[in-house]
Design a protein around this ligand. Structure first.
Ligand SMILES: Cc1cc2nc3c(=O)[nH]c(=O)nc-3n(C[C@H](O)[C@H](O)[C@H](O)COP(=O)(O)OP(=O)(O)OC[C@H]3O[C@@H](n4cnc5c(N)ncnc54)[C@H](O)[C@@H]3O)c2cc1C
Length: 469
């Protein structure tokens, strides 16, 4: 039973959520002189951020130049707008792409986050610009952020589930929460009220794990479709903001990860092979035809739609030379038998019930396109380090899309202020990260979420500390 006793507390800024966006906002607000508290419904920090790969899209970095990659904020902007089918809010995309380097420097130079000495290409980006945090995990970013919170003496209350936003006339004045919240019972044990002098920042993440809410916006995404998200990725905070008059936009734009495996639960170990190696150097074939059907470098929406349209999990195939060249260790995926190796193509074809002759001609045609530098086959560009598929063992994985990211969310302006249904900024209310909509339009490009969270989290923190609006 929930006790009604509540000790009212007061802070300048309340941040809800302890992922990339919430922690960036909290640090920035505190450094601007505000007293700050972070509320997190889970018993530990990090949300989806801590289980992410920690890949951050940055344009024009010194690391890219060292690897001979030419890039610019303008090219990054064009790539995001193209993948988003022009549905992205241009002024917000300009802010993300124009501040990617600054956000990267903030993480590396001010917080000591370490990135690997490599830059990866993901589908839909014109050039390699994904800067991967060490050990390919968001924990390598979240931990230094948490350390800074400790140094700044910013309290985080875990197990505090925010259930309500409090308003005085038009202005947000605080939040209601249940402390001692258990995700199992979906209940807390005590009601709490916290007042905010300056602002409340909503950084509660996306709703990829909220089957009812996501299926209401895209009926295809019912319980049968798995998700890469943690259980915390639900819609209640978004709905509470909507009830209080916030404008929520593009909620039906829900991204599926085309590189996920139906042979394991959740995100798992397969994407490291399919996303970083198979789709970049290898090919994707339909099991019934043994043929390619899509440019494997396409963005996530194009790929997921094409895979779903085949009606059955497709096979992503690469070879030993590509795996070695990539430098990635896919041992875990092999151990779990999510990725399998084969001595020759006929045995691969037999295992996955793919017509062997057809697969063999598909691979031959692909290899000829590489040697001829011919990008006319499905429009796939031939990269300087493209390789033919000819060095056994061959590596293969079944792929079937899973819900990965929700592009829709709260409408914000360039100052991270939440916009009302009347299209006016709501006083004192800010939002950042996956909780917001409109930045990625119809399709988010890989690695752009980290950039978005850090850029807009910092903006929200600075604005809320200053009293904003
Ligand atoms: C497996 C995986 C891998 C990914 N890899 C990458 C990658 O390499 N690069 C990239 O750019 N993107 C990646 N993404 C996407 C990216 O990680 C997320 O979009 C990003 O982490 C979202 O950050 P956030 O701060 O907005 O939300 P989150 O990190 O999800 O944090 C939100 C927090 O708010 C809390 N919360 C929610 N509601 C309440 C409430 N009512 N009361 C209190 N607390 C609440 C949640 O419990 C959660 O901890 C990946 C996603 C997944 C799932």
């Amino acid at each position: 039973m929930i006790s009604c006793y509540a000790v009212a507390m007061i802070y300048d800024v309340i941040v809800i959520g302890s992922g990339y966006a919430g922690l960036a906002a909290a640090i920035e607000a505190r450094q601007a002189g505000a007293s700050v508290i972070v509320l997190e419904k889970m018993r530990a920090a990090g949300g989806n951020s801590i289980i992410s790969d920690g890949g951050m899209a940055v344009a024009g970095s010194a690391l890219q130049r060292r690897h001979g990659i030419e890039d610019s904020a303008e090219l990054f902007y064009r790539d995001m707008m193209k993948a988003g089918l022009g549905l992205n809010y241009p002024e917000l995309v300009k802010i993300v792409t124009g501040h990617s380097q600054e956000a990267y420097s903030w993480l590396t130079e001010e917080l000591g986050v370490e990135f690997m000495d490599r830059v990866d290409l993901f589908g839909g980006h014109s050039v390699a610009r994904s800067h991967g945090a060490v050990r390919i995990t968001g924990a390598s970013i979240i931990k230094p952020m948490l350390k800074r919170l400790e140094e700044l003496e910013i309290p985080i209350h875990y197990g505090w589930h925010v259930t309500g936003l409090l308003f005085d006339h038009q202005r947000v004045t605080g939040v209601e929460a249940e402390s001692g919240y258990s995700f199992k019972t979906k209940r807390g044990d005590q009601r709490q009220v916290i007042h905010a002098r300056n602002g409340v920042i909503l950084a509660g993440g996306g709703f990829g794990a909220d089957v009812r809410f996501r299926a209401a916006h895209d009926p295809r995404l019912n319980r049968d479709i798995d998700t890469t998200n943690k259980v915390c990725a639900t819609s209640e905070l978004l709905v509470e903001a909507m009830k209080k008059g916030a404008s929520a936009i593009q909620l039906s734009h829900i991204q599926l990860g085309p590189w996920a495996s139906p042979d394991e639960k959740g995100f798992g170990s397969g994407p490291l092979f399919a996303d970083y190696i198979g789709l970049i150097y290898g090919i994707l074939v339909a099991p019934d035809t043994g043929s390619r059907f899509i440019n494997e470098h396409s963005d996530r929406k194009v790929l997921s739609d094409a895979i779903l349209a085949t009606g059955a999990p497709c096979i992503c195939i690469s070879d030993d030379a590509a795996v070695k060249q990539s430098g990635w260790d896919i041992g875990r995926a092999l151990q779990k038998e999510v990725v399998r190796t084969f001595d020759d193509l006929p045995s691969l074809a037999e295992f996955y019930h793919v017509p062997a002759d057809s697969l063999s001609s598909t691979v031959d045609r692909f290899n000829t396109s590489i040697s001829d530098h011919d990008s006319s086959l499905y429009g796939r560009s031939i990269m300087a380090d493209s390789l033919p598929i000819q060095s056994p063992p061959y590596y293969a994985m079944r792929v079937w899309p899973k819900v990965h990211y929700t592009m829709g969310g709260l409408q914000i302006d360039s100052k991270a202020r939440v916009i009302s249904l009347d299209q006016e900024p709501m006083e004192g209310l800010y939002a950042a990260g996956e909780m917001t909509g409109g930045i990625h339009g119809a399709c988010r490009l890989g690695s752009c979420a980290v950039t978005n969270c850090i850029v807009f989290g910092r903006i929200a923190g600075a604005q809320a500390a200053g009293g904003g609006n």
